[in-house]
Ligand binder design. Structure first.
Ligand SMILES: [Zn+2]
Length: 174
């Protein structure tokens, strides 16, 4: 299989940001106004925002540098929570429909926000000199590291950095 072109790699994640935002907006727009005043709505919103955070991996690994911290809940637990809320909303509509719409928005909106944060702040598509491939480098402090081989990114146009790297007195070699 051919590798995806660069534009697709850059745009791809944003599709998964836009879809949850649009569908959350849709759920909010079809919910009756009293939904937003119901405590169940806020409960669902907060509860599933937390579930979304716990369902995503807490930290990715960088080879030789940091270990991954896996997600705290699995997709099964998440799906079961959604099914329970969905069933309650069908049986006791008045009571649980606000909970269900809060849950939907809380989960999908949180996912979108966390993914946007990851794409814009935590990771960056850079060519890895060691893997000889474009990789999603991960931020660690002020530096970027290839998660697959652990190589630190050094920009070809940052003269300062490469001079520091070339001078063994000011920095130790990798
Ligand atoms: Zn690499």
């Amino acid at each position: 299989m051919n590798e995806l072109p660069l534009w697709a790699k850059r745009i791809g994640p944003w599709i998964f940001v836009i879809i949850p935002v649009v569908s959350s907006w849709f759920v909010l727009s079809v919910s009756p106004p009293e939904t937003f005043r119901a405590p169940a709505f806020v409960t669902g919103l907060a509860g599933f925002a937390i579930l979304a955070r716990l369902w995503l991996p807490l930290r990715q690994s960088i080879k030789g540098r940091q270990k991954a911290r896996p997600a705290l809940i699995g997709t099964g637990t998440l799906a079961a929570s959604f099914i329970i809320v969905g069933m309650l909303a069908t049986v006791y509509r008045d009571l649980f429909l606000p909970l269900a719409s809060g849950a939907f928005v809380g989960f999908f909106f949180t996912n979108a926000v966390l993914l946007a944060y990851y794409v814009t702040w935590k990771s960056r598509l850079l060519p890895c000199a060691r893997c000889d491939k474009l990789r999603a480098f991960l931020r660690d402090g002020k530096d970027w590291y290839c998660p697959t081989c652990g190589k630190r990114w050094s920009s070809p146009d940052s003269r300062q950095r490469s001079m520091e790297d070339a001078n063994p007195a000011s920095s130790k070699p990798l």
